[in-house]
Design a protein. Structure first.
Length: 283
């Protein structure tokens, strides 16, 4: 079986679920061009709690974990099947780290379905979610991500969904293409780190703009899962999309393995000016 790719997607606002823009068009193109997975394992910033667990129910519910958005977003349903067999494989893959099987508590949150609504709009690929253990240090997640890497050889697409820069307290809702200087600096530093030495991704925590870019670690941690996989394979992470939203959100996306894009296409998307996402013709 061909190794499945792994992705880090900067998911941004939940409204990206319903909107067609440069970012969501890029996700749709990825979904068409990547090999079809047996299942998706998603590490979402929005299942951030005090344990390591994986969803193991046959029919995960669609969780609307936000407030203040238009009713059509609350009406949105993503009825992808679960994959209890894949959940069991995840538990085995991470041993001796303990991972619980969640039979009935969680489901699919918007960090997962806002992206999958474009990657796989028919909701016909089974999906499991892995929680982010909020009680563990950053290096725990680096180790855990490395243990998950062999799942790619079993037809499982690893999808890490967060944002490299994510500061809700400094959002400018009326300036959708704005990028603060500090947000650009940190995003650019991350791009260099992922290209040159993804295994040293934790050095980003020493960057002078880290505190502003990562006031809480929940959206940053998914990147660690992909970076350690790239390091294990001796490969850089390929930039797929670069851009910013509302001043303090990075929409950067990265890929590992065959994502169906040539180097030239990926580089073309990555070098667009901040705040100007590619349209479908660019990818």
């Amino acid at each position: 079986m061909t190794d499945m790719p792994a992705l880090f997607i900067g998911h941004g606002s939940p409204m990206n679920t319903l909107e067609r823009n440069g970012f969501t068009d890029a996700w749709r193109t990825l979904g068409r061009r990547m090999p079809r997975p047996r299942a998706v394992l998603c590490v979402s910033a929005h299942w951030y709690f005090g344990a390591t667990a994986v969803t193991a129910m046959p029919n995960p519910r669609t969780i609307h974990d936000f407030y203040g958005f238009p009713q059509p977003l609350f009406d949105f349903d993503y009825p992808a099947p679960g994959a209890p067999d894949v959940a069991a494989e995840v538990v085995e893959a991470v041993k001796p780290v303990w991972c619980g099987l969640d039979q009935d508590q969680w489901g699919l949150d918007h960090g997962t379905w806002s992206v999958l609504a474009h990657l796989y709009p028919d909701a016909d690929v089974p999906v499991v979610q892995l929680s982010i253990n909020a009680l563990k240090p950053l290096d725990y997640h680096v180790e855990l991500g490395a243990r998950l890497a062999p799942l790619r050889k079993r037809g499982i697409l690893v999808l890490a969904s967060g944002n490299i820069v994510h500061n809700l307290g400094r959002l400018q809702w009326n300036q959708p293409d704005l990028a603060y200087d500090w947000a650009e600096r940190f995003d650019d530093a991350a791009a260099r780190q992922l290209a040159e030495a993804p295994g040293d991704v934790l050095k980003l925590a020493e960057h002078p703009d880290y505190a502003a870019a990562v006031p809480t670690p929940d959206h940053f941690i998914p990147l660690l899962y992909l970076a350690c996989m790239a390091a294990a394979e001796g490969q850089p992470l390929a930039p797929l999309v670069r851009g910013h939203a509302m001043g303090s959100i990075s929409m950067a996306c990265y890929g590992l393995g065959d994502v169906g894009l040539t180097c030239e296409e990926a580089e073309g998307a990555a070098t667009l000016p901040p705040g100007v996402p590619p349209d479908q013709s660019n990818i």
